[in-house]
Write a protein that binds this ligand. Sequence first.
Ligand SMILES: *Cc1c(COP(=O)(O)O)cnc(C)c1O
Length: 340
Amino acid sequence: MQEIDWKNLPFGYADTDYNVRCYYRNGSWGKIEVSSSNNINIHMAATCLHYGQEGFEGLKAYTGKDGKVRIFRCEENALRMQKTAERVLMAAPPVELFREMVHKVVQLNARFIPPYGHGATLYIRPLLIGTSPEVGVKPSEEYLLIMFVVPVGPYFKEGFKPVDMMICRDFDRAAPQGTGTVKVGGNYAASLQSLAIAKKAGFSSTIYLDAKEKKYIDECGPANFFGIKNKTYITPQSESILPSITNKSLQQLAEHLGYKVEKRPVPFEELAEFEEVAECGTAAVITPIRKIVDPIANKTFTYGDPETPGPVCTELYNVYTAIQFGETEDIFGWTEVVDV
Ligand SMILES: *Cc1c(COP(=O)(O)O)cnc(C)c1O
């Protein structure tokens, strides 16, 4: 068995021992099945392949300071997957089924859960796909919910260090009343081109403006956006962004720590007023932004010291990750222990 280098894990795919699967057939969910194969066998005309009838989730398991393994707000992910399923007419997995599968896939792959102390975690990827063959455009009759895990290091190689972002005006990720508020792969397909352009120009990722007017900040590719000014946590309200569980949690936490919280449209010009800005998500946790460049409007916004995250981001990051790693009391009841 190969030793895992916990300190230098990438954020990428790697094989583990098992995945768990549940099939929806004839109008009901079956029993949870355990598989040691990395492949799935589906019909070439499956609706997920042709018409994008699919959705996914992402959450993490953390080894705490006390050695216990915890997952974070699993029910929120289950509820969001239900919303995704409803939006693209898929069978919605019950919350209890979702939770049971998360626990099971973590337990079965216990040897891949990174130990406490390196900031590494076990990333859990639930995936829901339509599997029935169709050629006409209509929803599948059968579905597969599959969950696999992968041990991961920080999403950005830089870790908790500021990154540079590019504003994308040439391509939209999602439209108002489109599918931006749910976690479907199609939104990611729509973002690949702008992400490639941003990466090529040396940026870590993109920031999207609202698709209708291009006046307001929407979100960062796979993460939400927030800015800090005058002791206030400000995050966009929009019809085309994915409701991040990290963002929702940080709003609660910021309030608890004595900050004001505003969720409202954030005009592009306000970028000049923020003291700190950051992106947030399960993968990115909190990643402070050092610089935002808008090549088309020919504007550059810079924040704080290039090497060090700002004080508010640092405080939020420290308390947030301390809860996840069981270093401080989970006063919000966000975590649950997995028996491994
Ligand atoms: C998953 C996702 C996020 C982050 O959501 P979390 O629940 O915090 O992980 C943000 N934006 C998009 C587009 C996403 O798909």
